[in-house]
Design a protein around this ligand. Structure first.
Ligand code: 8Y7
Length: 274
């Protein structure tokens, strides 16, 4: 599927990206991989609830997570993406940092690459340029295994904005179409609560840099810190954060709970005339 990034600055509505994790800790609590059928059902539910696109990921990037091998990640995501591309009406994004997974996913029908590593892995930038699909470049300090240990910034908004500027320039220099680049401050990726709050407060500065902005705030630990609630009780807080991000100009919100997010964004659109 050929698909273009939405751009709020150009008047496009906010899009909702539904999260489809295909890791052993998703769907079950027994450490088993979800069956293809369970993943497809979950995807259909999200599309019925109003998801504009789906993000399929086979490597957990949660704080403390260990990397998975390329073969394992390919096994997890490629069959699901093949089925989804054939069976659902919305574009599919692949959440990966590995060049080989990007290539196999796009061959299987993925229409976007979501890279939490901002195309810094070997061959990732050249591969993405060759594939020609839109990319999301995300900021992360450190790596998932250790990133929450002691995150430090001089000025988190300026530091993250500067990093993303540099990655956008690298992506363009590497042959990626400027219209196919979006950026993401990477909430929770090597950030304390104070850093996350500062980034959300300063999100307008990032949306004004020019590229469409994607944000992932859904169920994240900052909500645990703010509300005191466990991860399965963060739906309302997540919708509130999605709304704040949309008000600051975010073009795509990446969420687990599609229906409540769609409602919140409808309220915003009704009030602001969007
Ligand atoms: C984000 C993400 C995750 C995010 C983008 C989680 C894969 C952790 N978070 N991708 N991925 N932005 N672009 O809690 O914030 O969903 S994984």
């Amino acid at each position: 599927m050929n698909w273009n990034l939405p751009d709020r600055a150009a008047g496009d509505p906010v899009q909702v990206m539904g999260i489809l994790n295909v890791t052993p800790d998703s769907f079950s609590d027994g450490g088993e991989l979800p069956t293809t059928e369970a993943a497809i059902n979950r995807a259909r539910e999200m599309v019925a609830a109003g998801a504009d696109l789906l993000d399929v990921g086979g490597e957990s990037t949660r704080p403390g997570a260990e990397p998975v091998s390329e073969a394992e990640e390919l096994d997890r995501v490629v069959p699901i993406i093949e089925r989804l591309a054939a069976e659902v009406s919305v574009p599919i994004s692949v959440d990966t940092s590995k060049a080989a997974v990007m290539a196999a996913a796009v061959r299987a029908g993925a229409a976007m690459i979501n890279d939490v590593n901002a195309l810094r892995a070997e061959a990732a930038l050249a591969t993405a340029a060759e594939l020609g699909v839109p990319v999301c470049l995300m900021h992360m300090q450190g790596e998932p295994r250790s990133m929450q240990a002691a995150p430090r910034y001089d000025d988190v908004v300026a530091d993250v904005g500067g990093f993303l500027k540099e990655r956008v320039a690298a992506a363009r220099a590497g042959g990626i179409d400027p219209d196919k680049i979006c950026v993401d401050p990477g909430f929770g990726f090597g950030k304390s609560l104070a850093h996350n709050v500062a980034l959300l407060r300063g999100l307008g500065q990032l949306t004004r840099q020019g590229e469409p902005v994607l944000v992932g705030l859904s169920r994240k630990s900052m909500l645990g810190e703010i509300t005191g609630r466990p991860v399965d009780q963060r739906v309302v807080g997540s919708a509130a954060l999605a709304l704040l991000a949309a008000q600051a100009g975010a073009s795509i919100v990446r969420v687990h709970d599609v229906a409540p997010t769609v409602d919140a964004l409808r309220v915003l659109a009704a009030v602001t005339g969007g």
